[in-house]
Ligand binder design. Structure first.
Ligand SMILES: Nc1nc2c(c(=O)[nH]1)N[C@H]1C(S)=C(S)[C@@H](COP(=O)(O)O)O[C@H]1N2
Ligand SMILES: [Mo]
Length: 407
């Protein structure tokens, strides 16, 4: 290892510890009884699950806060392999529906900028009739963190219209290179942690490659208000901050378009500069950063990532066994090369059962574990394949800790 690389990895570890330490809150966490994820065999009994430590007591599965700050984090501990999607009433919420949102009847999407004529698209007449099934896609908030038990992540089966289909109907000037998509965002109550107004600029090629679409329904039902009714953008494989809700404006722009406030807010969490990785672990910065021009933003894609979602405690023929159940999601291609360890000085071992068939939604994996002694353990997972980018896993972002009382 060169001196520079050594320093860099040392710094990353130090900051990782700092980040975890800063977020730790002194709340005791209760033992929850989980549904067994496999049928209970004779002589084998699920005793419960071991709570994760150092994550605070953020309530799960309920809407908290108001206005722009309204949130709902999902309890991922309840996932079973038969849940490729999240029911609508449980889907995570990052921003509540704006209380100034006007009636969504006769909804129009304004088209402006580099078009030969500025037209208003009538959603009901011109978009809804073109809606088709778009498949299952997972959305993860770029700010999905330990404090919310990583519950700002959900998957749904979407219905919608490809963005390219809508763009084809416009008379776009040859100079245009990208599209700014923005949504209605007027809240009476702001959020100290966020700037109101959501808009993101995508090149035509980014939208095409991702298969971006305007969603009008999820899991077979019209979009709920808080998920962007009557129309939202979904950019498969990109962070949730790009999936603009209550879309009411499209603007055709060229290479000179500045990054939007929303893009600047999310620059660190979407790896837009050299500090991206480290910024994830530091308290929120005040100043916006990231490139000045939208064209210099990298695609805000979600790398392959994995997260333990529960640690089950079993008794099998008078012996205690633990079983880690986790999810694997994101990335450009599937992988089964997941490895796990329980102490930072231990060797990684292949995860016992992991088979990823799609990157569009999560895959559940499991790993039996017999800790030798009681104590605090740090569950770390990694993908053992240098060809796969894992920027968040690399900095220990999804690490979880448990206290084992009995072995
Ligand atoms: N108009 C608008 N769209 C928005 C946002 C917003 O604040 N306003 N938040 C974004 C963020 S940060 C995320 S993670 C997703 C969350 O979508 P959901 O609340 O339906 O889960 O919406 C995105 N779309
Ligand atoms: Mo987000």
């Amino acid at each position: 290892m060169t001196r520079r690389r050594f320093l860099k990895s040392w710094l990353t570890t130090a900051l990782a510890c700092l980040g975890l330490g800063l977020r730790r809150k002194p709340f005791p966490e209760r033992m929850v009884i989980a549904r067994p994820s496999t049928p209970t065999a004779l002589g084998k009994k699920l005793l419960g699950t071991v709570p994760f430590q150092g994550e605070g007591d953020h309530p799960l599965d309920s809407l908290i806060g108001s206005g722009l700050g309204r949130r709902r984090a999902v309890d991922l501990a309840r996932l079973t392999p038969s849940d490729p999607t999240t029911p609508n009433e449980a889907f995570f919420v990052r921003t509540g529906s704006p209380d100034r949102l006007p009636s969504t009847e006769n909804w129009k999407i304004e088209t402006r900028g580099l078009v030969s004529s500025a037209v208003d698209i009538d959603l009901e007449k011109e978009v809804l009739p073109l809606a088709v099934p778009m498949g299952v896609h997972l959305i993860e908030c770029a700010g999905n963190d330990r404090g919310g038990h990583f519950g700002l992540m959900s998957a749904a089966e979407w219905t919608g219209v490809p963005v390219s289909t809508v763009l084809e109907r416009l008379d776009i000037l040859p100079r245009a290179t990208a599209v700014l998509v923005s949504g209605y965002d007027e809240h009476a109550t702001g959020d100290p942690g966020s700037t109101p107004g959501a808009s993101w600029i995508f090149t035509f090629e980014q939208l095409r490659a991702a298969g971006a679409f305007f969603a009008t329904a999820m899991n077979g039902q019209p979009l709920a208000r808080e998920h962007g009714h009557p129309v939202r953008l979904v950019v498969p494989g990109w962070y949730g901050c790009c999936c603009i809700k209550w879309v009411n404006r499209i603007e055709l722009v060229d290479d000179r378009a500045p990054a939007t406030e929303h893009m600047k807010e999310f620059a660190g969490r979407t790896f837009q500069d050299a500090y991206g990785r480290l910024d994830l672990l530091l308290p929120k910065r005040d100043e916006s950063f990231g490139p000045r021009l939208a064209k210099d933003y990298r695609p805000s894609t979600v790398d392959s990532a994995a997260l333990p979602v529960r640690v089950e405690k079993w008794i099998t023929d008078d012996r205690l066994t633990y079983r880690v159940v986790g999810i694997l999601w994101g990335g450009a291609s599937t992988t089964d090369a997941l490895v796990i360890r329980f102490r930072p000085d231990a060797e990684y071992a292949p995860v016992e059962s992991c088979h990823q068939e799609t990157v569009r939604t999560w895959t559940l994996w499991t790993h039996a574990w017999r800790p030798e002694t009681p104590g605090r353990y740090r569950i770390q997972v990694r993908i053992d394949d240098p060809a796969i980018s894992t920027r968040r896993l690399d900095v220990g972002y999804y690490e979880r800790r448990v206290d084992i009382e009995e072995v």
